[in-house]
Write a protein that binds this ligand. Structure first.
Ligand SMILES: Cc1cc2nc3c(=O)[nH]c(=O)nc-3n(C[C@H](O)[C@H](O)[C@H](O)COP(=O)(O)OP(=O)(O)OC[C@H]3O[C@@H](n4cnc5c(N)ncnc54)[C@H](O)[C@@H]3O)c2cc1C
Length: 382
């Protein structure tokens, strides 16, 4: 499968690589120490054309290829993995464009493309994560409104999002009874709590509570009961973006470690001359490259309208796993310095670990790969 970048895509990649190196990398540690990430920084992603990648031109975006979004994720990941989150959330623009009413599109898409709006994805609940089709947050119809009641847990950007795409039960038990609804988060009855996370602190991950929140019926995305089959499944490709962000962080770590290994001496020679060191780097370079190619293959299939669910799950399992292992190796290869917070490795490892869980754990990814391979009749559950 061919996913070589054309001239325009190469220029786009180079501009984001420069931004990541000059703007993100030097301040990566700062946001880990509790300084709130300025909204101005999110708008910079809009100015770079990153936030509008899935938004149609009529609403201020560029509606570019999914491979382009992959390029953006990988390059941002080199500077600050956490900023890839704003890219992932902005990709909801495609869902809104495809399934929203004209009013919802006009209200949210231009701001999404410019980086003015942050729209969270609210699926997980305190009692329901992997088995998302069992969610219990309800959206009860009352005239021309839905009345929403329930709690969403572990939502990225819960502390700062302007709206969320909320998955709530509007009907029967199981996936067919779940709908996706656009919910502005300044409505009466919404409360937010921000968690103390191990990493990814700029994301203000937390919970959103809905206490009889009234949302107009025209905020429904897709058809009632289509939350999973129309909306969530169309977001599979996001797993490849996550993988590429994590692998970008690993690539950067390996490059820094290669430079270190050339100049750090032990036993009278640079540590790069110890094959245990250079071979370990060779192994991780190979695994990172394999993860990249898998993720880009997923995105290229998406661009070409081909099935990509299996590739997305493979990329999401492999990418963060390889990235954590590679960054861990970089820590050891830096000796005591690697274990110091003046170098970015431990922060990167904590940040990548979150993405081993977010958007589906390794177990769930392997379950999807097995389902797509053997067929649903060989699943242990429905
Ligand atoms: C950094 C981060 C960001 C996140 N962002 C968001 C967000 O923006 N929006 C959102 O809605 N959610 C978000 N989440 C939540 C995330 O999607 C869930 O945590 C994840 O889906 C797992 O659900 P759970 O935590 O309830 O674990 P559970 O589903 O309770 O699973 C617990 C453990 O059991 C394993 N397990 C469960 N079922 C099976 C099975 N069938 N076979 C084998 N093993 C199984 C799991 O793999 C896991 O190890 C985020 C989480 C993190 C860590």
């Amino acid at each position: 499968m061919d996913f070589a970048l054309n001239e325009q895509e190469r220029q786009f990649r180079d501009s984001i690589r420069r931004y990541a190196r000059q703007r993100l990398l030097p301040e990566y540690a700062q946001w880990d120490r509790g300084t709130p990430y300025p909204r101005e920084r999110v708008r910079e992603l809009g100015a770079l054309g990153i936030s509008g990648l899935s938004v149609p031109a009529a609403y201020g975006g560029s509606e570019s290829s999914f491979v382009m979004a992959g390029v953006a994720s990988e390059e941002l990941g080199r500077g600050d993995l956490n900023t890839t989150l704003f890219l992932q959330l902005a990709m909801v623009g495609g869902v809104i464009a495809g399934h929203g009413t004209e009013e919802v599109k006009r209200a949210w898409l231009p701001g999404l493309a410019s980086g003015d709006h942050i729209i969270a994805a609210a699926i997980t609940e305190p009692g329901v994560g992997s088995d998302a089709a069992a969610l219990v947050t309800s959206a009860r119809r009352d005239g021309d409104h839905y009345v929403i009641r329930g709690e969403k847990a572990s939502i990225s950007c819960a502390g700062m999002a302007d709206a969320c795409v909320l998955f709530a039960r509007t009907g029967e038990a199981g996936a067919h009874g779940v709908s996706a609804i656009m919910v502005p988060l300044d409505l009466p009855g919404v409360t937010r709590t921000v968690y103390r996370s191990v990493g990814e602190r700029i994301s203000q991950r937390g919970s959103l509570t809905f206490d009889d929140v009234r949302v107009p019926v025209d905020h429904l995305l897709g058809r009632e009961g289509g939350g999973f089959y129309q909306v969530m499944n169309a977001f599979d490709f996001n797993r490849a973006l996550i993988a590429l962000g994590c692998l970008g962080a690993a690539e950067q770590s390996l490059e820094e470690t290669i430079e270190y290994a050339k100049q750090r001496h032990t036993f009278g020679r640079p540590i790069a001359k110890h094959e245990a060191v250079s071979f370990q780097i060779a192994e991780y370079l190979t695994m990172v490259e394999a993860g990249r190619l898998l993720a880009y293959q997923c995105l290229a299939r998406r661009d070409q309208g081909e099935s990509h669910t299996k590739e997305a799950a493979m990329a999401k399992w492999l990418g963060p796993k390889v990235a954590v292992e590679a960054i861990h190796a970089c820590i050891i290869l830096h000796g005591f310095l690697g274990y110091d917070q003046s170098l970015p490795f431990e922060q990167r490892m904590r940040d990548v670990m979150g993405l081993e869980i977010g958007d589906g754990t390794p177990h769930i990814m392997k379950g999807i790969i097995a389902r797509e391979t053997f067929g649903r009749e060989f699943m242990p559950y429905r």
